[in-house]
Design a protein around this ligand. Structure first.
Ligand SMILES: Cc1cc2nc3c(=O)[nH]c(=O)nc-3n(C[C@H](O)[C@H](O)[C@H](O)COP(=O)(O)OP(=O)(O)OC[C@H]3O[C@@H](n4cnc5c(N)ncnc54)[C@H](O)[C@@H]3O)c2cc1C
Length: 501
């Protein structure tokens, strides 16, 4: 039986582990943290479980093409999902609002009513959401293993959608620029990232319109724990608190071969095959000393834009906020300066009404995710001036609470749990490059075309996860882990098998 070492117990690493176990490999996962999930996480403060990740999970509906895959890792019949009525509501300083309904008909009437001056944009936008709601991608076969006929089939499936894809394959900021209504302009600009191709906003709204992108009740950590259990039940071995420092290689038949992994404690674990489901930059430039690079990866690490890092301010509030909209984008009375290079004049706030079980009865959880590209500042501050770092976190909490209090009213005196995570926290717990929350941004130039999972000149080594699949996300992490096992099985002349619940 061949042995496989996997670095990282995020969703990609756990997924690869499960499918390898299903296919008769002996696997070990090494994870630097003491829990599964990577970015798909949550943490407890008092009686609150502060949600750290999932807003929606593509594949939540039985008709979704991703559903059967999730059902291989978790028991989907037992998993409950919540479908949001509204994706997000944007407000201006006079409390005017625009809600992005997930139902496309409701969205159309809301947008036409609130921003009639943008009728042309709205009609085209809605038409494309309706159209994209019909697109069915078949994720079951690894793209790397597709033959000529698979590619032709895929091409034909996409043909009816190509004109819409091309139409919106431009930067979100460019689309926002063309909008006249100031509130709609602001909402679109802040919908994801200004550099991201706008077509992905349309995909997301199409999935929501189909009710195939629900929120899994229990949240991110509960989901990760279910996949961890699946992996352990399949006979996998999990080694928490194990940071991998090196992937030793050895010359074999004229080619370098990955020999296993070495932990930060200096322990060496040999294996026939090594998979890194950890951060891409750390894998390539630290664990492998920059020795194995292809041109495309080099280009990405030199030039490509990543999703930013972020602060997460989490508040446990002794107040029932179930009458509030779930996602709110609201303006600030005066901008908040988070660090010398990060200032915001509006905040995105999530009131977690969809999962009351994460807060004590009658109480509420508010989560604010605040983008930040100044990760170096926070890492340095924490390393060199820990007291000042802590004071800054308190200042940020106070200023954000003040802003939420001003916006919702009667919050300040009701806050009973506070947690602030910074880009330094994201790096410390997940080791993601620049503290990025989702890896590479799908810009109009690169779309979602994956990077190579193998490296030139290195045998028996693979990379998976959000640094290989632009756009990142949980279904992609699951598929990345599944696809690499198909590749390994093919190489070993085995028929890939997958078991479901
Ligand atoms: C706030 C937020 C909201 C999000 N919302 C959604 C959403 O609604 N829907 C969605 O689909 N996606 C969402 N995402 C994105 C999604 O969570 C990620 O793209 C996905 O979890 C990435 O999985 P991964 O396994 O590729 O990487 P990671 O989750 O980063 O896992 C990598 C693992 O490797 C470990 N590791 C790193 N280096 C080492 C080392 N040297 N040795 C040992 N272990 C190591 C890390 O600790 C980590 O556990 C969100 C992300 C964030 C942060």
């Amino acid at each position: 039986m061949k042995s496989v070492n996997i670095i990282g117990a995020g969703i990609a690493g756990l997924s690869a582990g499960c499918y390898l176990q299903m296919n008769g490999y002996k696997t070990r996962i090494f994870e630097l943290h003491n829990m599964p999930g990577g970015l798909c996480c949550a943490w407890e403060r008092g009686n609150y479980t502060f949600e750290g990740c999932i807003h929606w999970l593509v594949g939540s509906h039985p008709k979704s093409t991703f559903y059967p895959m999730w059902n291989e890792l978790i028991d989907m019949k037992k998993q409950k999902f919540y479908d949001h009525e509204i994706y997000a509501t944007a407000y201006d300083e006079n409390n005017n609002s625009i809600s992005f309904y997930t139902d496309v008909d409701k969205l159309e009437s809301e947008l036409l009513q609130k921003a009639p001056e943008d009728q042309d944009f709205i009609k085209a936008f809605i038409k494309s959401i309706r159209k994209m709601s019909g697109l069915k991608m078949d994720p079951a076969k690894a793209r790397e293993l597709m033959n000529f006929w698979d590619r032709i089939k895929m091409m034909f499936a996409f043909i009816p959608y190509m004109s819409d894809i091309n139409k919106w394959n431009k930067k979100t900021s460019e689309v926002a620029e063309s909008i006249h209504n100031p509130l709609l302009k602001k909402a679109i600009y802040n919908s994801f990232d200004p550099d991201m191709a706008f077509i992905f906003m349309i995909f997301t709204l199409a999935w929501m319109n189909n009710k195939e992108a629900g929120y899994p009740i229990g949240g991110s950590l509960a989901l990760a724990r279910q996949i961890e259990k699946r992996y352990l039940d399949l006979g996998g071995e999990l080694h928490y608190h194990n940071r991998i420092e090196k992937i030793p290689t050895e010359r074999e038949n004229g080619k370098e071969k990955a020999k296993g992994v070495v932990t930060s404690k200096g322990e060496e674990f040999p294996a026939d095959i090594t998979i890194s489901a950890a951060d891409g930059h750390d894998t390539l430039f630290h664990m492998l000393d920059g020795n194995f690079m292809d041109e495309r990866k080099k280009h990405f690490y030199d030039h490509q834009i990543t999703f930013p890092s972020y602060f997460q301010v989490s508040l446990g509030v002794n107040r029932d906020l179930s009458n509030q909209n779930n996602m709110q984008l609201f303006p600030l009375k005066k901008p908040i300066r988070f660090d010398p290079e990060t200032e915001h004049d509006l905040l995105g706030m999530r009131i977690m009404n969809e999962d009351p079980g994460l807060s004590p009865e009658g109480k509420s959880m508010i989560i604010l995710l605040i983008p930040c590209r100044n990760h170096e500042y926070w890492v340095k501050l924490r390393k060199e001036k820990l007291e000042q770092y802590k004071t800054e976190k308190v200042r940020i909490a106070n200023e954000v609470i003040e802003a939420v209090d001003h916006w919702l009213g009667d919050i300040k005196s009701k806050v009973e749990e506070i947690d602030v995570s910074t880009p330094a926290t994201v790096i410390r717990y997940t080791n993601n490059w620049k503290g990025s929350y989702e890896g590479w941004i799908m810009t109009p130039e690169i779309g979602m075309k994956p990077l190579e999972k193998t490296l030139p000149g290195l045998k028996d080594f693979y990379m998976i996860g959000q640094w290989i699949e632009p756009g990142g996300g949980l279904p992609t992490a699951l598929k990345s882990g599944r696809d690499v096992v198909q590749m390994i099985c093919k190489k070993d002349r085995k028929k890939f098998r997958s078991d479901h619940f």
